[in-house]
Write a protein that binds this ligand. Structure first.
Ligand code: HEM
Length: 403
């Protein structure tokens, strides 16, 4: 087959990136993408390498995130990264945090469902999936619930810069304004927490030390910004994708409703089949060999984690949604040993993976308990959109509220 010129911005690609993932796996596992000036990787083995091999760095976040949050762990390498990551990891693994968070999460889910007010049609993204993860982060940081709308606005604006591959200046400027508002808001809270720490995550960050030195307020604000971006959007879209997948596969949804022990499998398969983030970037420190050839030093690399999840060498019939597939292992799927690329691999493997899992479990349990006979509200199936992140923009659902 002659090499097809694949353009990640073309309408055909946006319509069905999955078709192109298979073309890439077979015929173009490495190619140069002129519109972004970057090399593109899609095979599972190459994506693992890009995230684990020190020949690749995450310096790409210097333009994607540093203007907004300063230098945070996602952009660090080596010892600097481990020292900073060690500060925050216990806060996300801590049994206490999880035990405290679970009841609060449940109360958020119940409150959102009560807002449905007995209606039989809701816009699930606007009324649930988009709000629930931000509520969780605001709660984790110990901030007042009334400020949720502020966070919601900041997060939507900041996210546009994250996917600003064409470097649109207007997008950057709007994000910088949102960043300044966010920082000013946190300044006031930080002063209080530093003087009188509580048990919330913000207090943990105020008192934690990196190499014997406390994080300064700029670093703490930067980390909070990272959490908002890394933790809210992903979970929102992961949930929306999961509901869409289950409605498209009613037989599997029915099995799950009857046997809730399948919930973790359903979550993992949905995260594999339609991860919220389809591409992450890396920069090469030196020239490096991958399965499709050589990438020069100092090159930007597009890592298609959505494509890695559809690699037939790792997942049998990769384009089928199947919560029973053998390659899924609920014991390792939410750890660094996972074979799914959705949470990354290696040193930057998602810090919030357990929290995300818990959020998806709680959200799905509550939705299934509250909504019977769920279906799409319109005959047209909500379309997945986006190439960087991918999700249904709107998700109108019809159901019978359980009384
Ligand atoms: C379904 C939900 C989520 C998905 C799919 C997801 C995905 C990812 C991925 C792919 C990375 C690696 C990025 C890279 O290597 O460039 C990452 C890192 C990270 N995630 Fe998540 N994430 C999710 C939820 C969360 C949540 C809930 C939090 C916290 C509230 C969080 C916090 C972080 C942080 C702090 C990092 C940076 C870790 C580091 O650089 O060492 N994520 N996430």
């Amino acid at each position: 087959m002659n090499a097809m010129r694949i353009n990640l911005f073309s309408p055909e690609y946006q319509e069905d990136p999955y078709y192109f993932y298979q073309v890439m796996h077979r015929h173009q596992p490495l190619f140069f993408h002129e519109p972004t000036g970057s090399y593109v990787l899609s095979r599972h083995e190459d994506i693992v390498k890009a995230f684990k091999d020190p020949a690749f760095s995450s310096r790409n976040y210097a333009w994607q995130m540093e203007p907004l949050h300063g230098k945070t762990i996602i952009q660090m390498d080596g010892r600097e990264h481990s020292a900073s990551r060690n500060v925050v990891v216990p806060a996300f693994r801590g049994k206490e945090l999880m035990e405290n968070t679970l009841p609060v999460m449940r109360s958020y889910a119940a409150a959102l469902l009560s807002g449905f007010n007995g209606r039989e049609v809701v816009e699930l993204r606007d009324e649930f999936t988009n709000i629930f993860p931000i509520k969780v982060i605001v709660g984790l940081l110990g901030l007042p619930e009334e400020d949720l709308l502020l966070f919601h606005r900041w997060y939507n604006i900041l996210q546009r810069q994250f996917t600003n591959l064409s470097n649109d200046d207007a997008v950057l400027q709007e994000a910088l304004t949102a960043r300044d508002e966010f920082r000013a808001y946190l300044d006031a809270v930080l002063a209080e927490r530093m003087a009188k720490p509580g048990h919330d995550l913000l207090s943990v960050l105020c008192t934690a030390e990196v190499d014997g030195v406390r994080m300064d307020s700029t670093q703490i604000k930067g980390f909070c910004g990272l959490l908002l971006q890394a933790g809210a959007e992903t979970t929102d879209k992961a949930l929306a994708n999961m509901v869409r997948n289950l409605l498209l596969h009613p037989d599997q949804f029915e099995r799950l409703r009857k046997d809730r022990s399948l919930l973790d499998r359903a979550i993992i398969e949905s995260l594999r089949f339609s991860p919220p983030t389809h591409m992450l970037l890396r920069v090469t420190n030196e020239k490096v060999q991958v399965s499709g050839g050589e990438i020069p030093a100092e090159a930007t690399v597009v890592c298609l984690i959505g494509a890695a999840n559809r690699d037939g060498k790792v997942f049998d019939r990769p384009d089928e949604f199947n919560i029973f597939r053998e390659e899924l292992d609920p014991r390792t799927a939410f750890t660094g040993a996972s074979n799914i690329a959705t949470f990354g691999f290696g040193r930057h493997y998602c810090v919030g993976v357990q929290l995300a899992k818990m959020e998806m479990q709680v959200a799905m349990e509550y939705l299934m308990d509250y909504m019977e006979e769920m279906s799409f509200a319109e005959p047209e199936i909500p379309k997945e959109i986006g190439v960087f992140t991918r999700y249904p923009e709107s998700l109108r659902i019809r159901f019978k509220p359980r009384t």
